[in-house]
Design a binder for this molecule. Structure first.
Ligand SMILES: Cc1cc2nc3c(=O)[nH]c(=O)nc-3n(C[C@H](O)[C@H](O)[C@H](O)COP(=O)(O)OP(=O)(O)OC[C@H]3O[C@@H](n4cnc5c(N)ncnc54)[C@H](O)[C@@H]3O)c2cc1C
Length: 292
């Protein structure tokens, strides 16, 4: 398949890119790694009239500490995130999850910002960003604003970005003390989009009781699915096998609505969610017991 015809511009600076966005609005589609956009254009699902290639803009590629946050530029590749010591040290959930995204060749081109702006309900990066309460910097020619993850993801392939804005940075706050993490998914082959996946976080108080939990799922709804009512039930409890089983049943039974696909029926996806919730909670709890 070939894409519909389009114009192509590759600005050298963010200021130039934002000026193009201001002038052309939604017609000016950002080209990041192209790993989702180019196939969509080839299938003519996407037919932008102008591609603004962000790849020459080095000011959007960085990973750095700022206060108690890890800041990552939107054009940082998934591979760079996967190999970064700061990510390994300060954001172990993100570090653990990136290798589940597609294959190394795709992660060499695919960007963190592209994955988040694309907001595929089956993608790993939105789930991790929501579980970690990340914030997203949207910039336009006239200024910038920060958007919390729970507002950024607005449904099926939809995010809170205005036609004048590009996503430029993601901020991940440090985990609280005594927090354990875990990401797990089930895909037919490693690197495929998963049939179900979960990011789990457990924070314990000094006595080992659950102070806060977070359970966020992929591919069981129209975006990352935050099972917040189930997580609230765990608060104030000891994380026993029984509590984990009850949480798994509630999350799968009450807090998700998988669509099913040729590979997995909605019932099977819920079964996976149940099993993964128990396993991920167990690992997150064990890690919380030894976390600082
Ligand atoms: C075979 C294959 C398997 C894959 N498997 C997985 C998988 O298992 N899990 C997974 O999560 N992903 C998977 N992907 C997708 C891959 O992770 C992509 O890299 C990612 O979805 C998009 O990132 P990108 O940088 O390539 O963005 P692009 O494809 O360039 O852009 C995607 C969309 O985001 C917009 N966009 C990009 N950057 C910005 C920005 N800074 N501001 C505003 N809008 C922006 C673009 O305009 C476009 O609409 C797979 C891809 C392929 C080809």
């Amino acid at each position: 398949m070939k894409p519909a015809s389009f114009k192509y511009l590759a600005p050298d600076s963010l200021a130039e890119a934002l000026a193009l966005r201001a002038e052309h609005g939604d017609d000016a589609k950002a080209l990041a790694g192209g790993q989702s956009l180019i196939p969509a254009m080839n299938f003519r699902v996407a037919q932008p009239s102008l591609l603004v290639d962000l790849n020459k803009i080095n000011e959007l590629r960085y990973i750095r500490r700022e206060g108690n946050e890890l800041r990552i530029g939107a054009m940082t590749t998934q591979s760079a995130v996967e190999r970064n010591d700061l990510v390994a040290k300060h954001q172990p959930l993100l570090f653990e999850t990136v290798p589940f995204v597609a294959h190394p060749q795709i992660r060499n081109r695919g960007t963190l910002g592209g994955s988040l702006a694309h907001a595929d309900p089956a993608a790993e990066m939105p789930v991790v960003a929501l579980a970690l309460d990340a914030k997203f910097k949207a910039q336009s020619k006239d200024g910038e604003r920060w958007i919390p993850a729970k507002e950024f993801f607005q449904g099926f392939f939809t995010v809170d970005l205005q036609p004048t804005e590009y996503l430029t940075e993601i901020a991940y706050p440090d985990l609280p003390a005594r927090t354990g993490w875990c990401f797990m998914e089930v895909a037919r082959r490693h690197g495929d989009y998963a049939m179900c996946g979960i990011a789990a976080l457990v924070t314990l108080d000094a006595k080992g009781i659950c102070e806060k939990a977070r359970l966020v799922y992929l591919n069981v709804g129209d975006g990352p699915v935050d099972a917040s009512r189930t997580a609230a039930l765990l608060t104030g409890q000891a994380i026993t096998d029984e509590a984990m089983r009850a949480a798994a049943d509630k999350a799968a039974g009450d807090e998700m609505n998988p669509f099913g696909s040729v590979h997995a029926s909605p019932e099977y996806q819920k079964h996976l969610a149940r099993v993964l919730t128990r396993r991920a909670l167990k690992t997150a709890h064990e890690r919380a017991l030894t976390a600082h």
